[in-house]
Design a protein around this ligand. Structure first.
Ligand SMILES: [Zn+2]
Length: 374
């Protein structure tokens, strides 16, 4: 997952004498079944080196990074998701590698600092959620984004006396003991809540789900300040020491429900606007046309939609039927993954993709549509 602290740290790199190369590449195994991205990356590297012919000093500094990029793709066989980002610099002293579950705009950027905009855009576009596990004396926090979970740490409030044995002479003071224990639970919750507010801001968290023993969860809910309470979209039951993937599994129903409602709003906007002919289209053929004209702001589709189609060998326009390209008259080649190409095209032109599974309204509208820029 994208680590926001790491990204922010990179934005603070001072543009000094160093040189960084940042590479973004769509490597989706569906659209690159035979490693087609290799040809693309070689061309991108060649173009970058050619573009720097007039800046010999820069080229000299970054040559090693460009070679490292090429070697990476030639020698490694990583489990690719949809896109990869590599950032190298300081003559090999700096290296970062990110695998993303979404397509990105491909390109190589050479500068005195890492080029982070596409990664930052991902953080903005794909909501980050906070999942918290809470008990009387412990809290574990996780960030969930794009279906991945990352544990950020735990808080333990020491000196909780709730675990003391009851009985003996101590029983005489049971009353005081209970008050004392309550006081500690209070301290713990207040501490968690205080840190939570700062964390939500820092991490650009959109919504929060809280899990753990029911009693601790409800006590916490009562104490939450209004701004945090407004972000809580659900609770879940979970043990305090479960591994992260299980926490994710238990938190997912609440997150899914929230996302489904959000998608429903987008689908409704799409359908309503398309109906009024107000910068929106429905159905694959119109979407393909709009993609070629770079007008798509938000592509909305059912993930089950799969279609073969054709790509223009000349201008890369997409079409459902064979024949001459309707844009340039070029010849069309058949492809099996037309929908993946539309998604990629949308992102490459600065649009975003919203996937809405099992949405009746979208299915009734041909499973795909687009909200347009103009
Ligand atoms: Zn064409």
């Amino acid at each position: 997952m994208l680590n926001l602290e790491e990204l922010k740290e990179m934005t603070r790199i001072n543009p000094e004498d160093d040189c960084y190369a940042s590479l973004y590449l769509n490597v989706n195994p569906v659209t690159n079944p035979n490693g087609e991205y290799l040809i693309r990356v070689k061309n991108m590297l060649k173009e970058t080196a050619e573009g720097l012919q007039k800046q010999k000093a820069v080229l000299k500094k970054v040559k090693g990074e460009l070679e490292r990029f090429e070697n990476y793709f030639l020698t490694q066989k990583p489990q690719f998701k949809k896109a990869v980002c590599l950032i190298g610099g300081r003559n090999g002293g700096f290296w970062k590698e990110y695998h993303l579950a979404v397509p990105l705009q491909s390109g190589i950027f050479v500068d005195s600092t890492p080029y982070l905009k596409p990664l930052m855009d991902c953080v903005d576009r794909y909501p980050r959620y906070l999942a918290m596990l809470l008990s009387k004396d412990e809290a574990r926090i996780f960030v969930v984004q794009m279906g991945e979970i990352l544990e950020y740490g735990e808080m333990k409030t020491p000196d909780i006396i709730g675990k003391h044995k009851k009985g003996g002479w101590f029983a005489l003071e049971q009353d005081r003991f209970e008050r004392h224990a309550e006081f500690h639970v209070d301290l713990h919750l207040n501490d968690v809540i205080r840190r939570l507010g700062a964390f939500i801001q820092e991490q650009q968290i959109r919504k929060v789900v809280i899990g753990g023993p029911a009693e601790a969860v409800s006590m916490c809910m009562e104490k939450l300040p209004r701004d945090i309470a407004g972000k809580v979209i659900g609770n879940f039951a979970a043990g305090m020491y479960e591994p992260a993937p299980e926490v994710l599994e238990k938190a997912l129903p609440a997150l899914d429900l929230f996302e489904r409602n959000e998608k429903q709003k987008i689908v409704e906007e799409l359908v309503e606007r398309a109906y009024k002919n107000d910068r929106a289209v429905m159905g694959l053929d119109d979407v393909l046309l709009m993609a070629q004209e770079k007008r798509i702001m938000t592509l909305v589709l059912d993930p089950a939609l799969k279609k073969p189609g054709f790509v223009c060998a000349n201008c890369r326009a997409l079409a459902l039927s064979q024949g001459a390209c309707r844009f340039c008259g070029g010849s069309m080649n058949g492809v099996n993954y037309l929908i993946d190409l539309v998604m990629q095209k949308t992102v490459e032109h600065g649009g975003r993709v919203e996937v809405a599974p099992d949405n009746e309204k979208l299915q009734g509208a041909g499973k795909i549509g687009a909200i347009l820029r103009f």
